[in-house]
Write a protein that binds this ligand. Structure first.
Ligand code: CU
Length: 531
């Protein structure tokens, strides 16, 4: 297996030992240090990161050394050289060490071997004072073992609070989100469903009045479909906000700007050290944590799609790369915050562009390998023996486990803590849009309260007077009609599943969603530069 720069970025447990040539029996006698190593390795070989104490991830307080260096060589094994400097104004300000380490050989027949770096460290200058002086020139050997990615749901203060989580992870909420997005997929609406199917779906109150794509596969920027997207998610945000409010917990903060490629999973903020005036300590800050880019993963859709699945992996790696961020995503973010641009968009245009040119890609960028909550491991495709995801029409109860929060599946994405930060960013763009219009032509957009959320009356810049989110009280004869609506949503999914089976082509909702993301890439630049 070829190891790439992206694979090297992440957290490691770093351990160093004295090079004692005699047996010691007790390894503690040669222990120098244990620490947490965080590395960002870029394509051009730039290495940055931190070495921190104590080694526990998410410890409430840490001291840091900052790391800078380079990849010295890529062949025959990757070798990194970097320097670690204690942070100024902390108890380890005078630490200065050099490190040289290589990626340890991967055994072809090894089972569960972890990526690790082995190498040597050098104390570059004395630190400490008096009889606590540590002399320059001392060396030790080290092993740094890469850690598993820590899911945002596992991080204190990043995880969604229990009451909100159980609402979001319920079958009814999962189905609402899944049905809502699935019928809007281009292939589903325009190619797979026939008129009879569509009528049946309409009879179940889930008809799609405004598909986001035209029959010709272009984004429809004229019909207001984007308003449905923005309204529906604003409504979801309002629902979860209410639960936070009733619990007296401050609601999840949206991303003010998109997290940079080197974002850490555990972020530490500088504070005054109460014990040592003038010195700094670093405290764990959950608001800025949980935004690291999870590693890419392979999803097997079957033996006949092996090639396509590998292409998908390549594309996923691209979406997760630092260069995608710097060359595409950051550029798009600027466009979506630019008042000049925003004041020329209708609300529908804004929603449709946000959904398809940046929001979908954000979902994939921050997505982590989907797991089967029963095993904690990716489900295995029985035909290929390789990892796969939840089947799009598999509504087994196990997928309702809150641990199933894969950002790349409509059935689960909203259960992931990152979803709410990401959608907060999307939702904030609506306010930017309104302010941009107010600034350039005041009074042309009228705000009002619609179904409990702040919205906009239809007019020059707003096409739709009743944006769609999901059917309300379909069955008026029952109270607490959760069950009947679950039934209806399962019926809609069954209609879609049958329609897919009728076709010759191998298809899956996940596959169609992904395909749609890729197609978008080709023309998005064009739309944004020539509005
Ligand atoms: Cu959504």
């Amino acid at each position: 297996m070829k190891i790439e720069s992206q694979d090297l970025s992440g957290y490691y447990t770093y351990r160093s030992f004295l090079d004692n040539s005699l047996p010691v029996n007790d390894f503690n006698k040669i222990k120098v240090s244990e620490a947490e190593l965080f590395l960002i390795v870029q394509l051009d070989g730039l290495v940055t990161g931190t070495l921190s104490f104590p080694a526990e991830s998410g410890a409430s307080e840490k001291t840091f050394m900052d790391i800078t260096g380079t990849v010295k060589r890529w062949f025959p094994e990757i070798t990194l050289e970097f320097e670690g400097q204690g942070r100024p104004n902390t108890t380890i300000f005078d630490f200065l060490y050099q490190y040289s380490g290589s990626v340890t050989r991967t055994w072809e027949n090894g089972i569960g071997q972890r990526l690790s770096l082995t190498g040597t460290e050098l104390r570059v200058k004395d630190h400490g004072s008096g009889d606590q002086t540590y002399k320059a020139g001392a060396t030790a050997s080290f092993v740094a073992v890469e850690r598993d990615f820590v899911e945002p749901r596992e991080i204190n203060g990043v995880a969604i609070i229990p009451n909100a989580l159980s609402m979001l992870a319920s079958k009814s909420h999962r189905l609402k989100h899944a049905v809502w997005h699935t019928i809007r997929l281009y292939d589903i609406w325009w190619q797979i469903l026939n008129e009879t199917d569509k009528q049946k779906i309409r009879d179940l109150d889930w008809g799609l009045d405004r598909p986001p794509f035209t029959a010709g596969r272009a984004l429809d920027l004229t019909n207001g479909a984007g308003e449905d997207f923005l309204f529906m998610h604003r409504k979801m945000i309002a629902m979860i906000k209410d639960i936070y409010k009733s619990e007296g917990v401050p609601y999840i903060e949206s991303w003010k700007t998109l997290p940079i490629p080197s974002a850490q999973q555990f972020f530490y903020s500088e504070q005054e050290d109460p014990q040592n005036p003038g010195k700094k300590i670093y405290g764990f800050n959950p608001v800025e944590s949980g935004y690291m880019i999870p590693p890419a993963y392979f999803i097997s859709n079957g033996p006949e799609s092996e090639q396509q699945d590998l292409e998908d992996l390549k594309f996923l790696k691209f979406l997760k790369s630092a260069s995608y961020f710097t060359s595409v995503m950051r550029y798009l973010e600027r466009q979506f915050k630019d008042p000049r641009k925003l004041s020329s968009f209708s609300l529908g245009e804004l929603g449709n562009l946000l959904e398809f040119v940046i929001h979908n890609q954000m979902h994939m960028r921050w997505s982590s390998v989907p797991i089967d909550p029963d095993t904690g491991k990716p489900p295995i495709n029985p035909q290929t023996g390789k990892p796969t995801g939840r089947g799009s029409f598999d509504f087994n109860k196990k997928w309702d486990n809150p641990k199933y929060d894969y950002l790349g599946d409509f059935y689960s994405s909203h259960v992931n803590p990152v979803f709410w930060r990401l959608h907060g960013w999307v939702d904030d763009r609506i306010e930017d849009w309104f302010n941009a219009h107010e600034a350039s032509h005041p009074g042309e957009i009228e705000r009002y309260e619609y179904k409990g959320v702040s919205w906009f009356r239809s007019g020059k810049w707003v096409q739709v007077s009743t944006p769609f989110y999901w059917p309300e009280n379909h069955n008026h004869h029952h109270t607490g009609n959760d069950e009947s609506s679950i039934e209806n949503m399962l019926k809609v999914m069954e209609i879609i599943e049958k329609a897919i089976q009728r076709g010759q082509e191998r298809t899956d909702v996940r596959f169609l969603a992904r395909k749609q993301n890729f197609n978008i890439m080709s023309f998005m630049q064009d739309i944004l530069t020539n509005p």
